[in-house]
Structures are given as C-alpha cells and as structure tokens.
Design a protein around this ligand. Structure first.
Ligand code: ARG
Ligand code: ZN
Length: 871
C-alpha cells in the first residue's frame, strides 16, 4: 500500500508513559506492556490503531478489564480499538520468537545474544503500539533473563536497579526520562564483554561510557571509545550541545542491516564501524569508525531530542546529522580530502539514483516501504542541502539558526519546513524558494558561459539553470536557489579581487532561470573557478578548454576545484579514447595531460592526500553516470589504455614517489601518515597495472614487511586483481589466519568477488558455498553480491547477461530471508537506463522476472515496480 505525505494526520491518542517488561528465554520472549494513553483533544475520534506484526497476543486489558482476544479486531498489521475513554491504561502480553527472526528488525538474535533494531518500523514486531515517530513517551523497561546465559541486560536511559531472582534469573530496570518515539527503543540481553571510560561534560557531569561486544572482539574497541570521546567534545565545542544522560552504551553486532543505530543512550553498531586495530583495519576503516561513532552520537540532539513528525521528514535528522558528521571528520582529518571523497561519492552514486527510477525528492512524497527511502538522496543530498544553508548564512548565521531550532522544537517531532523556518527566522532571510530543494527531485543542470570585454575591462558570467531530465513533480519545475561559490584567476594564477571589499571569492546566488554576474576592472581574460567546494549539488556545464582545466589543476586555490579540474582532464581523455575505440580509431593523448599529471604527482607543497586523489582516475561508475548507451567492456578498455600510457610516460616518477613515501615510522592513524600511505599505494596501483614482474615483487615485499593492514591488504588486493604469481597462496594463508573473524573474511570475499577475470562469477558461486558465507548475514551479502555487482562492472555487465541472472537468483532467495537487504541488492539493477540496449534489455528482463515472482516483499516489489513503470 502506498502512503502519501499529503495524508498526514496527527494521532488520535498520545502516550503519557510506557512500562515494558521482557522475560527472555532461549526460544521465545514474553513482552508485557503497560501504556497510558491520552486522547488528542484536537481530534474527535475515540478509535485507536495499534501497530503489531508477527506477535502472538496472549492477553489484553483496558483499565484492568480483560478483553477476550477473540473479540478484538485483529489483523496481521495490528489491532483496532474503539469506543475508548479519554484516558486509559492498556496492558498487553505478547509472545515473540527472536531466534526465528531473519529480517533483523524488531527483537532478533545475533550469535548467542538478543538485540533490537526498531527504526523505522521494527517496534511493531515487539509489542502493540502506535509505532509512528510523532508519538513520544518516557519509557521504563525491565528485563528478566537467565543469569548465566544473559548476564548483560541493557535498555535506553539510565540503569535504575538490578538484582537476582529465583531460578537462576536476574533482572535489570532501565529508565529513560526523555520522551522518545518507539523507533528509538532498544534492548539487549546476552553474555557480552565491555570496555569502559568516562567523559566529563562542559557542565561538569561525569558520563559513564561503555562498549559491549562478544568476548573475542574486546581488544578491538579502543579506537571507537576514543572516537566517542572526541565526538562528545566536538559537539560541545562546535555546536554547544552537551550529553543528557548519565551513561552512554554501545553494543556491537555482526548481524546488522545498516551501519548503526542511534537508540537513545544505547547505540547498536554493525561491527564494521566499531572494531579496528592496526593489523585488522585500514586507514579508511579507522576513519569510518570515527565518522559513524560521531554520526550516531550527534543524533542524540539532531534526531532524538528533536525527531521527525513522519517518515517523509527523514532527511530532517539524517541530512543534518550527516552534515554534522562530515564537519566532525573535516575538523579531525583533512578537510580537503573529506570534501573530495564525499562529493565523489555523491556525484557517482547519488546522481545515479537521482537519474534512476528511484529518483525522489529529499523529502519524498510517497512510499510503499519506508526502508527503501534510507537513500543517498535523503542522507547525502540531504546533507548537501544543509551545507547550502551553511554556505548562504556562514558559520555564525548557521549556528544562530541551530539555536533557534533547538529553542523552538526541543522535545518534539517536527518537519523539514520547521528547520528551514528556524534558519530563515534566525537570520531574517527569505528561504521560501530554497524550500524547492526539499520538494523537487532530480539533479538540476547549471550552464555557465563567460564573456570578456577588453575595452570595458569587464568580465561577464551568464548562468542558466535547467530542469533535470528525471524531474517528475506534478507541477512545472521551478528555478531553485543555488549558491555558486566562485573565484577568477589571472594568467599567473593569482585570484582577482571581485568587489569593493576585495574578496577573492564570493557566493553568487542563482535564483532565476537566467542570471548574469559582471565583474569590473578586469585587465585580461581570467580563468573562472566555479562552484568551489561543490557549493551546490548540481551538474555544472561550462565550456572550458583542455588548457583551462590544466591551468586550474595547477593553480586553483580551492582544493576541491583543483582536484575536479584534474578529474575533468582524465574524464575527457578516457571518453575520447572510448569514442575512438568504438569507431576503430586510435586516440593520442595530448602531451599537456602528462605534464599536468606529472606536476601534480611531484608537487611537494600539496597535501599528499589531495595528490593521491588527483592522480586517481575516475571510476567506471562515475563515468557511466554522465553517459548513455554505455558499452562497459569498451569503457573499461579505454580506461586501461590511459593507465598504460601513464605508466609509459611516468613510471620512473611514480616509482620514486612510491619510495619517497614508504616509511619505517611506527604506524599511526594521523592525517599525515594516512595521506602518505594513500599516495604511496596509489603509486603502487599504477606500477602493478603495468604487469611488470619487478613490481609484483615490490608488492610482495610490501605485503610481507608492512606493520599495518592498509599496506598489506592493498598489496594483496593488487596481486589478486592481477592474478599475479603467488596470489592464491596469499589468499589461502589469509583464510587460515582469519577464518574465525567475519569482518576479516568479508574483505577476503570482496577481494575475490572483484577480480576482473572471466571466471570470477564461478569463483563467487564457490565462495558462497563456504561455511564463512551466509545469505542470512548482511555484511557477507554486501561483501560478495554487493562487491561483485557494484565493484566489478565488467563482470557484472558480462555481455551474455549471466551477472544479471545471478543477481536476480540471489535477490529471490534473499527476499524470503531479509527483505531489506534483498531490496538493497535488487537496486543494483536500477541504473539500467545508462547502458547499451543489449545490456539494458537483459537487465530489464531480470527485473521483470523478479516482478513476476510469487509473494514478493513490499520492499523488493516497490523497487522493481518503479523500475518497470519507468522503463
Ligand atoms: N538512523 C540510522 C542512522 O542513520 C539508520 C537506521 C536505518 N535503519 C533501517 N532499517 N532503515 O544512523
Ligand atoms: Zn543517521
């Protein structure tokens, strides 16, 4: 059933408080609930619908009067009560079966312990309740369980009491004083080890911090703990936000649908975003741990204290919290590198989503299954929308807006419009047109043309905005409010003064369909640097020459645009080679390209992380987004040709940069070392691509001698992807060493799923037979299926369609186990429009095959149905 944003109705009843009791047994759990309901006076309706799914109702009473279960209006979606008083206490008792719950929503089992995931609509699998984010209540939770099997019993808030009971049982009672919606509920019961630490808040309160995990992982949690303390301090310093409970607990699991969950006072984390040690985690893994720990912590204010009125407003909390975690990482690591990585991801994956059948506004208008809308658009484009407020208002103005937002809405459930109004009112700024960023789907296109008048010494930029092809709103597309940060450079690379205040960069606000900007006193045609820092999520089209891009790659003071100019050069060359290959011609790369590449590679003044990114060629995925009727095999060959040429021209330089950045310093996750390793390993990548035995040897050396996982896994991956001599032995050794560690094995699986060889699909099938693989484990599914389909494009798009058929088989099998993950995987077919008709038709026929299957989940149905409707 499709749900529409426009149909929002406030609830008939509010909840005053909730008191839950869990009796946890090995094969089932008994949930008793006492809930005080109070009529919403604004609505004259004395019926109440309580969500409930997969629950076995044992008994129910209203104000002490037992209601016979047979007399209730019960469906597989919930329970309808009618003729209710203004205020009443509901008591219910349900039985649930967590051990059989493979969907990993509600209460489920991971290893030997029990845990919950309630966002978005998992609480209805725990008890009958108005499972919607605008119903907030304080919760009290008592958990009773066997003391030997389940010594640790956790829930939200502060621990109030604990003690022993008869029959070797014990109990724990938790109180969360902060009213919250049901999606933030969590509980855990199991035999878990923990590490602990303290944090002293700005207002001098001691907070007890704990990270719980299965015993075998207890030595891998220290980095996460330090990250948590960094995040708490940072949120105080940058946002003036202080933690509000006495304890903060994190529980780690290997079985999780997403990255992590911000349950009040009891975060639950995918082990991938907690566990990290020098010999088990890459630099990127460490940085992701810090970012996700930060993200969930920051939700405490942006998400929990102020939550969403309905799920259409999801970006209210997610876009804002992603923006906050991006800023956190930028302040801790390299700001330039962080920005480039985020935009690179946005432009390849979110732009693809925006052009696909799943294209939707940051605030969607309708959905069938809300879990399908935890998307790159809601999260990453949502964060770009928040970043645009920041660009328009500046840090001070933005913080004024945040203050007003908290002042107005703390403790309530609100909408994206409420946030926008707070930003506008705090700054006396009209942000009405800005609201279109929430309502219009698709990526706007901006074209820029320039004109230099030597006689008048005047430079004119003419901007025009165009609707995205995928726009599908009901009303005509309207021009949006687009901040364009820009600078102009003279021919020596010096930035021009753009106004009376002598600013060398300005934010031009494009609000009309067409708009011009004139700069006076410009002696000599400048080179424009537009959309600096990627100041708006648009596709910018400008007519720059090859020389202009090379000039910007050399001189732009904006790190992002400098990187982008290098990318534009690389992209232009690869596309030229692609067209030449298709026409059976040869393409000659201009010398200027290698000069520019060399200058970046050898530039010792630049951040090495930036250099590493600037010499990294665009991924196939990021090229495909900007193309149509793509022949993947030919595109892959075009890119390989360029790699070969770079090696022919620059191998000596690349090798010397490799050696210069190879150090014997002890390992640290410092910004400097991370940058150095990324540059070194990018050099190694080029060297190994040449197929030269000498460099295979170098790679083996690095693998053997490295003191850190970044260097060993990079070397192993490069050797495996080239199927270089000895790689099978290294893989076998790795397996023997790490087979008890799912995270480590998942990396081993991914390396093999992304080998660009003819027989990789057979290999993938064999991997899936191993005991270390299970369709029930989302991380393993992502490591194999996700890696093969999204990270091995030449094999996934094999001309005979075997990759697509394989994916479809797996989606159908997965759908009966875990619909959320099945829907994620089927989405890998969503970009079918970009491909050559031969490929596109085969992708579509697998989508049709899935669509025709019996008993599809709502999750998978919605994805394939949208795809077919728009094909
Ligand atoms: N709120 C979580 C986060 O972004 C994500 C949980 C999503 N869960 C889901 N089932 N869709 O931090
Ligand atoms: Zn989030």
């Amino acid at each position: 059933k499709e749900i529409f944003r426009a149909d929002y109705q406030p609830p008939n009843y509010w909840v005053r408080w909730v008191d839950l009791a869990f009796l946890v047994e090995q094969d089932h759990t008994l949930v008793s609930a006492r809930i005080l309901f109070k009529r919403n006076r604004a609505i004259m309706d004395n019926t109440l619908f309580l969500d409930g799914q997969h629950l076995s109702l044992q008994r129910l009473s209203i104000d002490g009067d037992e209601v016979a279960v047979d007399d209730l209006y019960l469906t597989d979606r919930g329970l309808l009560l009618h003729d209710l008083p203004d205020q009443f206490e509901l008591r219910s008792e349900v039985k649930i079966y967590p051990a059989e719950n493979t969907a990993l929503e509600g209460l489920y089992q991971s290893g030997e312990f029990f845990l919950t995931q309630c966002e978005a609509e998992g609480f209805r699998r725990i008890t009958y309740y108005p499972d919607r984010p605008d119903v907030l209540a304080p919760f009290t939770v008592t958990i009773v369980a066997d003391k030997t099997r389940y010594p640790v019993l956790l829930s939200n808030g502060n621990r109030l009491a604990a003690g022993d009971l008869s029959h070797n049982r014990h109990y724990c009672k938790w109180v969360d004083p902060h009213p919250k919606p049901s999606y933030l509920f969590a509980m855990v019961a199991g035999d878990l080890a923990y590490i602990e630490d303290q944090f002293t808040t700005a207002n001098n309160k001691q907070i007890q911090l704990r990270i719980f995990t299965e015993q075998r992982n207890i030595d891998a949690c220290d980095y996460a703990m330090q990250s948590l303390k960094n995040a708490m301090r940072w949120d105080e310093e940058r946002f003036n936000l202080v933690y509000d409970l006495d304890e903060y607990n994190i529980v780690v699991t290997d079985d999780f649908n997403m990255g992590a969950m911000e349950n009040k006072g009891l975060n639950i984390f995918n082990s991938k975003y907690v566990l990290a040690k020098q010999n088990t985690a890459t630099d990127q893994d460490f940085i992701h741990v810090e970012a996700v720990i930060g993200h969930e912590y920051f939700h405490n204010w942006t998400g929990n204290r102020i939550t969403c009125r309905d799920w259409f407003q999801l970006s209210l909390k997610e876009g804002l919290t992603v923006f906050r975690d991006q800023e956190f990482t930028s302040d801790q690591q390299s700001r330039a590198v962080k920005r480039i990585e985020d935009v690179r991801h946005l432009r390849s994956a979110q732009f693809a989503e925006d052009a696909s059948p799943m294209s939707h506004p940051v605030r969607p208008d309708s959905y069938i299954e809300i879990n399908n809308f935890y998307t790159l658009t809601v999260y990453e484009k949502g964060a770009e929308v928040v970043r645009m407020y920041h660009t328009l208002l500046g840090e001070t103005g933005f913080q004024k807006g945040m203050d007003l937002y908290f002042k107005r809405h703390d403790g309530t459930a609100v909408s994206c419009d409420d946030f926008r109004h707070a930003m506008a009112d705090a700054n006396q700024m009209d942000l009405t047109q800005f609201g279109l960023w929430y309502s219009q789907n698709g990526t706007p296109v901006v074209t820029a043309e320039s004109e230099y008048d030597a006689d008048e010494a005047c430079y004119r930029l003419r901007f025009e905005q165009h609707p995205p092809d995928s726009y599908r709103g009901k009303t005509a597309w309207q021009p949006m409010h687009i901040p364009i940060k820009l600078a102009l450079y003279d021919d020596t690379g010096r930035p021009l003064k753009l106004n009376r205040q002598s600013d060398t960069h300005i934010v031009f606000e494009l609000t009309q369909k067409q708009q011009s900007l004139e700069i006076e006193n410009v002696s000599g045609r400048p080179t424009p640097s537009l959309l600096q820092g990627f100041s708006a999520p648009v596709r910018l089209k400008q007519k720059l020459t090859f020389e202009d891009w090379a000039f910007l790659a050399q001189h732009d003071q904006d790190a992002f645009n400098r990187w982008d100019a290098a990318q534009q050069l690389q992209q232009n060359i690869i596309l030229a080679k692609y067209r030449a290959l298709q026409d059976n011609e040869t393409h000659k790369t201009p010398k200027l390209f290698f000069d520019s590449f060399r200058q970046l590679l050898l530039n010792e003044k630049l951040d090495k992380g930036l250099v590493a990114l600037a010499i990294t060629l665009p991924t196939l995925q990021s090229l495909i987004v900007n193309m149509d009727a793509v022949d993947v095999a030919v595109l892959h060959r075009a890119k390989e040709q360029l790699v070969d040429e770079i090696n022919q021209h620059l191998q000596v330089e690349i090798l010397s940069v490799y050696h210069q950045n190879h150090t014997d310093e002890p390992y640290q996750v410092s910004a400097r070392q991370v940058a150095q390793r990324s540059l070194k390993n990018r050099c190694l990548w080029y060297l190994v691509q040449s197929g030269n035995k000498e460099f295979y040897h170098l790679c083996h050396q690095q693998h053997k001698n490295a003191d850190n996982y970044t260097d060993t896994i990079t070397a192993l991956t490069l050797l495996a992807h080239r199927q270089a001599p000895g790689y099978e032995d290294l893989l076998a050794d790795y397996y023997n060493q790490w087979q008890e560690h799912p995270l480590m094995i998942n990396k081993w699986l991914s390396i093999q799923a992304t080998i660009p060889a003819e027989d990789t699909l057979d290999r993938v099938r064999q991997l899936m037979e191993l005991p270390v693989f299970s369709l029930k484990n989302p991380n393993a599914v992502r490591a194999v299926l996700g890696a093969f389909c999204a990270g091995n494009l030449t094999r996934f798009h094999a001309p005979d369609g075997c990759g697509y058929a394989f994916l479809a088989d797996q989606v159908l099998a997965l759908d009966t186990i875990n619909p959320q993950i099945a829907a994620r995987m089927v989405s890998l077919l969503n970009d079918f429009r970009q491909f050559h008709p031969d490929l596109r038709h085969q992708m579509l026929s697998q989508i049709k095959r899935i669509h025709a299957a019996d008993k599809l989940s709502a999750n998978v149905f919605e994805i394939v149905d949208r795809a077919l409707q728009s094909s």
